[in-house]
Design a protein around this ligand. Structure first.
Ligand code: NAD
Ligand code: TYD
Length: 350
């Protein structure tokens, strides 16, 4: 198969490309990525010279460039997104542009080029807050809370509308919080691990009692491959780690494994609109595709901590100027930044 992967220079996309090139030797991959702050070709150094791999720099909102790059591809796996909730709260326009408009552009072109399958990578955040004791299945209501999750829900609905209206071969995965190697350190686990490695404070939003379901990225890649190859057209598949942990418990656990003191924990002002709990039912993946997570949180965390410890050069590369100014604004000057956002609204070009 010829695969068109969007956002393949990011965290999950780069893990997926390595995964598929090692498991499916006849497949060819085009990695189409804009290389935003989150895109990093260093994530793909081990496959850069593989004759079955090709990188094309481009924006998914740029129709002619997408058409040229997608030509001849049998399937699309669409990872590209502005993927960080906090950034979408501070400056929502990029999330709306890429996640909604970009997905629309891809759907139009994939339909014109008659691709055989289009796997849209979405998130459990489209279901919003899940009450204690409850779990979201694929039929649960969409109740997104942040500009990020609203933009992902909008793109999911676009995909489903194309299935229904045009007979388009779309499928959707909704996964829980991924962790593992090559994750940009703006997300919770890599931020906590890399700060702990430097003995810097671990910023806990609010009371730290929010719960997330943690999924190792390799388990997610196995699940996405199963959906690509054997999923039913028009269906949504939840992919979760089935391991729900409070943020504070997770931060304490990391500190223990890393032999760092709990005095590094630092409570900071909460995220506006913060979802308290995500929890997924993933029986459909097991029943229809024989998938379930294989990597325990204990093993996955140990492996991930070791990876960040052993990859100081990669870390130095991603913690450059953009990251430093992000960190300064939203962590070191958090109270004044959040106050300014609450007073004057986000800075946006629209
Ligand atoms: P990421 O931020 O690490 O990577 C996103 C990639 O998309 C980057 O390489 C970036 O350069 C590229 N990109 C952004 N805008 C683009 C544009 N306009 N055109 C082309 N490329 C563009 O994200 P990730 O964590 O790897 O997430 C991948 C997908 O999985 C996203 O769709 C996200 O919503 C979804 N998801 C992520 C998680 C998670 O825990 N990380 C959980 C559930 C779902
Ligand atoms: P995050 O990785 O941003 O993912 P999500 O999309 O689920 O919000 O955050 C995971 C959880 O960790 C979420 O409850 C917010 C919290 N969090 C902190 O407490 N401190 C931080 O510095 C970050 C980035 C997140």
């Amino acid at each position: 198969m010829n695969l068109f992967v969007t956002g393949g220079a990011g965290f999950i996309g780069s893990n997926f490309i390595r995964h598929i090139l090692s498991l499916r030797q006849g497949h060819r991959v085009v990695n189409y990525d804009k290389l935003t702050y989150a895109g990093n070709l260093a994530n793909l150094e081990t496959v850069a010279d593989d004759p079955n791999y090709r990188f094309v720099k481009g924006d998914i909102c740029d129709g002619p460039a997408v058409t040229a790059a997608m030509e001849g591809c049998d399937a699309v796996i669409h990872f590209a997104a502005e993927s960080h909730v906090d950034r979408s709260i501070y400056e929502p326009s990029a999330a709306i542009e890429t996640n909604v408009t970009g997905t629309f552009v891809l759907l139009q072109i994939a339909r014109t080029l008659q691709v055989q399958r289009f796997v849209h990578i979405s998130t459990d955040e489209v279901y919003g807050d899940i009450l204690p004791g409850a779990f979201a299945d694929e039929g649960s209501h969409l109740r997104p809370s942040s500009p990020y999750s609203a933009s992902k829900a909008a793109s999911d609905l676009l995909v489903l509308s194309y299935v229904r209206t045009y007979g388009f071969p779309g499928l959707i995965t909704r996964s829980s919080n991924n962790y593992g190697p090559f994750q940009f350190p703006e997300k919770f686990l890599p931020l906590m691990i890399t700060n702990a490695l430097d003995s810097k404070p671990l910023p806990i939003y609010g009371d730290g009692a929010q719960q997330r379901d943690w999924l190792h990225v390799e388990d997610n890649c196995r699940g996405i491959l199963a959906v690509l190859e054997r999923g039913r057209i028009g269906e949504v598949y939840n992919i979760g780690g089935l391991d729900i942990v409070e943020n504070l418990t997770m931060a304490r656990r990391l500190l223990r494994v890393m032999s760092k003191p709990e005095t590094l924990l630092s409570y900071v002002q909460d995220r506006p609109g913060h979802d308290r709990r995500y929890a997924l039912k993933c029986e459909k993946m097991e029943r229809e595709l024989g998938w379930k997570p294989m990597i325990s949180l204990e093993d996955g965390l140990r492996q991930t901590i070791e990876w960040y410890g052993a990859n100081a050069t990669w870390m130095a590369g991603v913690r450059g100027g953009e990251y430093r100014s992000y960190y300064e604004k939203y962590y070191e000057n958090r109270d004044s930044t959040l106050h300014a956002i609450a007073q004057s609204g986000p800075k946006t070009s629209h």
